[in-house]
Write a protein that binds this ligand. Structure first.
Ligand code: ADP
Ligand code: MG
Length: 259
C-alpha cells in the first residue's frame, strides 16, 4: 500500500503563541507537493512539528504517517518509519565520514523493521552508495568527507540529498529556507529531488520562492497564510504566484480569517 503523510486540523503553538491554526494536508508516496507562502506564515513551524521539535506544541489535531500518530514518537523513530526531514540531522560530527554516517542511518532504519537485523554489509553499502551518487551525479570522493566539517552551503544540501537517496524514505519533507539558499544550492536540491522522484517517493517541499519550481514540477501546490493553507492547486498556482506575488492571496483571505 502506498505510504501517506496526513495532517489533520493541526494546531501548533510556540511558547504559547498560536502559529498553526488548523492545517489539513495529505501527501502520498509518488506525489510532489510544494508548500509556499509569505515569510512568517508558519511553513517552517509545520516542518518542525513534523520532526517533533520540543519547542513546537501540538495543541489540536494530528499528524499521521501510514495511519500512525507521530506525536508520541521521537524524531529518530519518525525517521525510521520512513519519514525523512532534512534538517533533523546533526550539524557536524567530527571524525565521522559522510559514508559512515549514512551507513549507520541505514542500519538504524533496517533495525526499526527487524531488531535482529545485522545491518547492511560493507560491500553492499559501497555498491549502493556508488549507485546513488551516480544517479545524483556526485563525485564519489564526496562520501569520504567528514560530516559537515567545512561543508559549503551547496555541499550541505548535497549531503542531505544523498542521505535522502540512501535512506529511501517513503515521504520526505524538505524545508528550503529562503535566506542563504543560493542558486547553486537550490539547483542541487531541485535536481536531486527530480532524480529521486518516482512512485516510491512522496515529497513535501517547503519554499518561499517560486524559482525552485523552475526545476521541479510539483503535482500539487499549497499556499499558507497566517497558519492555514488557504489555497491548493496544481503547478499553475505556483506560476501565478511568480507573476502576481502573494498580495492577491492576502486580499482574498484577510478579513475572512476567524481567530
Ligand atoms: P515561515 O517558515 O513561513 O517563514 P515560521 O514557521 O518560521 O514561518 O514562523 C511563523 C511564526 O512563528 C513567526 O511569527 C515566527 O516568529 C514564529 N516562530 C517560529 N518559530 C519560533 C520559535 N522557535 N520561537 C518563537 N517564535 C517562533
Ligand atoms: Mg521558513
Amino acid at each position: 500500500m502506498a505510504a501517506t503523510l496526513e495532517i489533520r486540523d493541526l494546531h501548533v503553538a510556540v511558547e504559547d503563541t498560536k502559529i498553526l491554526k488548523g492545517v489539513d494536508l495529505m501527501v502520498g508516496q509518488g506525489e510532489i507537493h510544494a508548500l509556499m507562502g509569505p515569510n512568517g506564515t508558519g511553513k517552517s513551524t509545520l516542518a518542525y512539528a513534523l520532526m517533533g521539535h520540543p519547542k513546537y506544541d501540538v495543541t489540536q489535531g494530528q499528524m499521521l504517517f501510514n495511519g500512525r500518530d507521530l506525536e508520541d514518537l521521537e524524531p529518530d523513530e519518525r525517521a525510521r518509519l520512513g519519514l525523512f526531514l532534512a534538517f533533523q540531522y546533526p550539524v557536524a560530527i567530527p571524525g565521522v565520514s559522510l559514508a559512515n554516517f549514512l551507513r549507520s542511518a541505514i542500519n538504524a532504519r533496517l533495525r526499526a523493521d527487524n531488531p535482529d537485523e545485522k545491518g547492511i554489509s560493507i560491500p553492499k553499502f559501497r555498491k549502493m552508495l556508488k549507485e546513488k551518487m551516480d544517479l545524483l551525479q556526485m563525485p564519489h570522493e564526496f562520501a569520504g568527507r567528514y560530516l559537515n566539517e567545512g561543508f559549503s552551503g551547496g555541499e550541505k544540501k548535497r549531503a542531505e540529498i544523498l542521505q535522502m537517496a540512501v535512506l529511501e524514505p517513503e515521504i520526505a519533507v524538505l524545508d528550503e529556507t529562503d535566506s542563504g539558499l543560493d542558486i547553486d544550492a537550490l539547483r542541487i536540491v531541485a535536481s536531486g529531488v527530480d532524480a529521486l522522484a518516482g512512485p516510491e517517493l512522496g515529497v513535501l517541499i517547503i519554499t518561499h520562492y517560486q524559482r525552485i519550481l523552475n526545476y521541479i514540477k510539483p503535482d500539487h501546490v499549497h499556499i499558507m497564510l497566517d497558519g492555514r493553507i488557504v489555497e491548493s492547486g496544481g503547478a499553475d498556482l505556483a506560476e501565478h504566484l511568480e507573476e502576481h506575488g502573494y498580495d492577491w492571496i492576502r486580499e482574498r483571505h484577510n478579513g475572512s480569517v476567524v481567530e
